[in-house]
Design a protein around this ligand. Structure first.
Ligand SMILES: Cc1cc2nc3c(=O)[nH]c(=O)nc-3n(C[C@H](O)[C@H](O)[C@H](O)COP(=O)(O)OP(=O)(O)OC[C@H]3O[C@@H](n4cnc5c(N)ncnc54)[C@H](O)[C@@H]3O)c2cc1C
Ligand code: SF4
Length: 442
């Protein structure tokens, strides 16, 4: 189990947050690509949400056609470089590699993908140019993976595209959320810049769309609008003590971490509440920031957690201790600051969670990170007329083209799936772009 010293410089931060999937060198990539069996009906392609032609790009790498490999990847997935490192490959492409059935190490598909895409990003090789101007304009709200993918595809099809982004950097949670040991800020921003240079979509930063008048103006001045809003801030727990100092939402904590690196300080004892991937990340990250004790408290059993088991293992290997069947009932403080969390032990019978009488206890801490879910974008979506939401406040779309029930609006990414992966958002953005094209040209 690793123990991390509090990082006080960028160098120390980089050491604690060392990339889990570092870039391959030429020899590694050549060797790894030569192991591919080039399966007919390759299961890895079927497991990839963006259906990248994996055997083809691996063959291209093994025959030293690295630019061709990058083109194969980007033709299917506009964030090929980001996805190579952030995709949960163990449950997607790599998890389906036939070598898994033969006790042979599966092919490192994501890392090969990075090898090819990073090569063209670094060289600035132009692989695409905008399509012939078709005279139509599309506004995109949100420059996350869904918005960037939609913009790139629309530019290929000849649309004029403007993205309105609330924050000061592009790429949404890829730069503001995902753990720094998966991808660096530079890698994320370089890829967006690489696409933007070739395809020429405009991004207006610090430009939140937040009222009906702004939306009506976009409706009047554009032929279609794509909603790539993602999901919102951390949802409240509605629990006593939640407003005490040092009680923070996981999404907000991770955003600070991504922007400030070693300038973030965490106290000695931290409790992270939740059992999803965001909770695993927040726990792992606080441990890597040098907290002496990090508890991950989940109200159900370990096997009921929503997180991937490899994300939990990663948190444990960073020194995090899991507490299961403990449900928080109050956040305890000294009037100003948090001093602990009061839990009650639970049991689960036939899927129903039951608190166990007289089992309350207080666990002391100096900080609580709430990773118990994110609020949806209901306030925003209520501004759009005829926009149907499902009972979980996700925007309802037609699966064929991601068009919403208000035909001028298309949507994709977390705002329609409630929170999945970057690769799903990229797929959605591309599908919506094709849908917009078909709708406006039919
Ligand atoms: C902590 C955390 C860790 C994660 N780790 C991984 C991982 O390891 N691998 C993985 O594949 N996925 C991971 N994910 C999920 C992944 O980041 C998301 O699924 C993906 O980013 C969704 O893309 P999106 O474009 O739908 O939304 P987002 O990435 O959320 O982007 C939405 C964008 O819209 C902007 N926006 C919102 N409202 C407005 C408005 N009104 N006006 C203008 N702009 C607006 C936002 O500022 C943002 O830039 C993680 C998520 C979290 C929270
Ligand atoms: S995009 Fe993700 S799932 Fe698809 S091949 Fe690349 S790493 Fe695997």
């Amino acid at each position: 189990m690793a123990e991390f010293k509090r990082p006080t410089t960028q160098e120390e931060f980089d050491k604690n947050f060392k990339l889990k999937k570092p870039l391959m060198n030429d020899t590694e990539a050549f060797y790894e690509s030569s192991r591919c069996l080039f399966c007919y009906d390759a299961p890895c392609v079927q497991a990839c949400p963006t259906s990248i032609d994996i055997p083809l790009f691996i063959k291209q790498i093994s025959t030293k056609n690295v630019e061709g490999a990058a083109k194969t990847i980007y033709d299917a997935n506009w964030l090929g470089n980001a996805c190579g490192t952030v995709c949960p490959t163990d449950v997607l492409c790599v998890g389906s590699c036939v070598y898994n059935h033969q006790d042979v190490k599966p092919l490192q598909i994501g890392r090969l993908q990075n090898y090819a895409t990073k090569n063209v990003i670094n060289s600035g090789k132009q692989l695409y140019k905008p399509g012939k101007d078709n005279g139509k304009k599309v506004a995109i709200i949100g420059s996350g993976p869904a918005g960037i993918a939609c913009a790139s595809e629309l530019r290929l099809l000849g649309f004029e595209v403007t993205i309105y982004e609330a924050k000061e950097k592009p790429s949404g949670l890829t730069v503001y959320g995902i753990a720094p040991y998966k991808i660096t800020n530079e890698d994320v921003l370089d890829e967006v810049e690489y696409l933007q240079k070739q395809l020429g979509f405009t991004i207006k930063y610090n430009s939140p769309i937040s009222n009906k008048a702004q939306l009506e103006l976009l409706e009047r001045t554009h032929d279609a609008i794509f909603l790539g809003l993602g999901i919102g801030a951390t949802a409240g727990l509605n629990m006593e003590g939640e407003n005490l100092e040092n009680v923070i939402g996981a999404v907000e904590f991770v955003e600070d971490l991504r922007m400030q690196h070693h300038l973030i300080e965490v106290p000695k004892k931290v409790i992270v509440l939740g059992g999803g991937n965001t909770a695993m990340d927040a726990a792992s990250e606080t441990a890597r920031l040098g907290a002496e004790k990090v508890y991950l408290a989940y109200r159900r059993a370990k096997e009921d957690m929503g997180a991937y088991s490899f994300e939990y293992d990663l948190a444990v290997s960073a020194g995090v201790e899991g507490l299961f069947n403990c449900s928080p009932i109050e956040i305890v403080g000294n009037g100003t600051k948090v001093t602990g969390v009061k839990f009650i032990r639970t049991s689960t019978e036939h899927g129903i969670l039951r608190p166990l009488n007289n089992t309350e206890f207080v666990l002391e801490c100096d900080m609580v990170i709430k990773a118990t879910g994110q609020a949806k974008q209901k306030k925003f979506t209520d501004l759009i007329s005829d926009l149907e939401l499902d009972r979980k406040s996700r925007i309802v779309v037609d699966e064929k083209n991601n068009q919403t029930t208000n035909p001028k609006y298309f949507a994709g990414g977390d705002v329609i799936n409630g929170g999945a992966e970057v690769v799903n958002a990229v797929y959605d953005g591309k599908l919506a772009a094709k849908g917009i094209h078909q709708w406006l040209t039919k």
